[in-house]
Design a binder for this molecule. Structure first.
Ligand SMILES: CC(C)(COP(=O)(O)OP(=O)(O)OC[C@H]1O[C@@H](n2cnc3c(N)ncnc32)[C@H](O)[C@@H]1OP(=O)(O)O)[C@@H](O)C(=O)NCCC(=O)NCCS
Length: 164
C-alpha cells in the first residue's frame, strides 16, 4: 500500500491492482444492418463497442462507476458485414481518479476465420461517486515489458491531451 492522496485533508492509502485484474476480450458480430452508404460498418457502431468495453474495463479496475472523458479512435481498415469484432482491452495508466484504457479491435471473417487489425483506441475514463464527483481509484501495478511500455506511452498521450 502506498500513500498518494488526500481526502478531507486526510491521507488515503490506495489499494494496488494488476493490469491482468481488469484485462478483457470480447466479440461482437457485425450484422448487415450496421452498414453505412459505403457498404462498410458504420464507425459509430464500432465506437459504441469500444466505449462499452472501455467502460467495463475501467469499472473493473476502479470498482466504482466510471464515465468516458475522452476517446481517440483510429480506423486503420474498414470492417465489413458478417465479420466479428474481436476487442481486447487493458488499463494502460492510472492517475488519481482517471484511467487510460487501450482497446485493440480486430475484424474476424466469421466463415474463414481470417483476421486483421481494424482499430486502435485510447479512452480516458474517470471514476465518479453518487454525486458524479471524481473519486480516487486503485493504483496500477505494471510488470511485463508491454505493460510498462503502454504505461509510458499513455503518460505521453495524457500530456498532449491536457494541453489541448
Ligand atoms: C469526467 C468528469 C466527471 C470529470 O470532472 P472534472 O470536474 O473535470 O473532474 P476533475 O477535475 O476532478 O478531473 C478528473 C480527472 O480527469 C482528468 N482530466 C480532466 N480534464 C482533462 C483533460 N482535458 N484531459 C485529460 N485529463 C483530464 C484530471 O486530470 C483528473 O484525473 P486525475 O485525478 O487522474 O489527475 C466530468 O468532466 C464529466 O462528468 N464529464 C461528462 C462525462 C460524460 O458525460 N461522458 C459520456 C457518457 S459516459
Amino acid at each position: 500500500m502506498s500513500m498518494c492522496c488526500y481526502v478531507n485533508e486526510l491521507p488515503v492509502k490506495r489499494p494496488q491492482k494488476k493490469v491482468s485484474d481488469s484485462k478483457r476480450t470480447t466479440s461482437d458480430p457485425m450484422f448487415p444492418g450496421y452498414i453505412n452508404n459505403s457498404q462498410i460498418i458504420f464507425g459509430g457502431r464500432i465506437m459504441s463497442s469500444i466505449d462499452k468495453l472501455a467502460y467495463m474495463t475501467a469499472k473493473e479496475h476502479a470498482e466504482q462507476e466510471v464515465v468516458t472523458l475522452s476517446a481517440y479512435i483510429l480506423f486503420h481498415k474498414p470492417v465489413y458485414p458478417n465479420y466479428n469484432l474481436v476487442l481486447k482491452s487493458s488499463v494502460n495508466y492510472v492517475g488519481k481518479t482517471s484511467m487510460e484504457v487501450g482497446v485493440r479491435v480486430e475484424a474476424e471473417n466469421s466463415i474463414t476465420g481470417d483476421i486483421y487489425h481494424a482499430n486502435t483506441a485510447y479512452l480516458t475514463m474517470v471514476a465518479i461517486d453518487q454525486d458524479k464527483k471524481s473519486v480516487i481509484v486503485p493504483e496500477l501495478v505494471t510488470k511485463t515489458y508491454d505493460e510498462i511500455r503502454r504505461r509510458k506511452e499513455a503518460r505521453q498521450r495524457l500530456k498532449i491531451l491536457k494541453n489541448l
